[in-house]
Design a binder for this molecule. Sequence first.
Ligand code: AMP
Ligand code: GLC
Length: 462
Amino acid sequence: MGNFKDRIGTWKALYTEAFHKVTEALPQVRGVLLAYNTNIDAIKYLDSQDLEDRIERIGREKVLKYSEELPERITRVEHLLGGILWSIRRGKAAELFVESCSVRFYMKMWGWDELRIGGQVGIMANLLGGVYGVPVIAHVPQLSRLQASLFLDGPIYVPKLECGKLKLVHPRKFWRDEENCIHYIYEFPRGFRVFDFEAPRENRFIGSADDYNPNLYIRPEFREAFEEITEKAELAIISGLQALTKENYKEPFVEIGRHLDVLSAKGIPVHLEFAFTPDEAVRRKLVEILGRFTSVGLNEVELASIMEILGEKAISERLLKTEPIDPLIVIDAMNILMDRTGIERIHFHTYGYYLALTSYHGEEVRDALLFASLAAAAKAMKGNITGLKDVRKALAVPTNEKALIFEEKLEREFSEFERGVAKLEDKQLVFVPTKIVVSPKSTVGIGDTISSSAFVGEFALR
Ligand code: AMP
Ligand code: GLC
């Protein structure tokens, strides 16, 4: 496909076309069911002097210990500050459960700069319902007044049982003040300095002061009226299983299995948003049931962690070794995953490009990925997307030129590879270079934005 300049021009045209096609198709989606995790994200943009002072007050040595190795959960302030430092030193995301009330109070007093809807379900509900106008039914484990106020206007619904009768209402019309599930998000930019450490890239550390989402609490409405709830859905996205542990996963997995039975009996395609799942027993169980989903969304760390479970240690290590990661290694891993589980769609995202391997053909897969990249850039720029105009503005963000070398590589590898689409015998592979925002406002929720936009966008185009 021509020289470098031509390539950029071609992608520019494909991006514009995809934006128009997907935005025109989205209103045709009748309903998306979103389960299970919704919370309040209290976002704090870290200040290095403030953080250094706090670390000194607790004791530098005590804190540094936990920046070498993360504690399992947070029961003391040094765990929290050490965890934040762990993320900064590596430029990596991490999330820990905050068990102690006194640390929860410490975090509350430290404060936040911004409150946003959080959890995969919350983020996707506001994006799909509030921005794209696609009707969504969301599982919100606790609907406090504060949580309800963070939902955008639009076709966003939660189920409510009144005298045994199911009603779908906007979260602000739920009128019950349940508990606040707050996740404190400590964001830092690339180059952020604390003592001698410097963040190699922007990222965040999360402390979840939340007893519901980490245990995958499923509301009575979803237990008692799930079949009726699904009548309004033609697609489903499941997430929030990542914080479970070997001690608490069994019971929720029984209920999830029942939900999957209902969705499958109705022929509703289900996407699993595979967030990083530290507990190996839970990850093993997830991989075991992956074939029951139509689609999965993941990044390089998550794909590597699955390869490990599948006994593919060498490929798992290679996935984590180089940055940017060679797409040929990713494609090998995706093929293994598809062949072993039978899942029909795998959407991989990393910094700079996305790949989708599907067991079916169609250019709409590529167009949906391009649209998702615009949504991701909008999310990186604004933190909170409130209208389609934000997504449209992302058309002006430059396309990652470094990924074009990978595109050339794929052209050499696959004989039939054109404009990002390789038609293989029984599968299709799609590659797109993404938009990259140089100084993002925040990083939390970009992955959810990418996966939900691509999954729903693709089905809308069909
Ligand atoms: P996750 O790690 O699953 O939350 O997903 C993060 C994804 O967001 C990465 O894989 C990138 O594709 C995307 N991303 C991260 N930073 C940026 C940025 N500055 N501009 C555009 N996309 C980004
Ligand atoms: C996890 C966090 C949540 C955050 C979300 C973003 O679910 O618990 O706080 O909003 O990730 O992807």
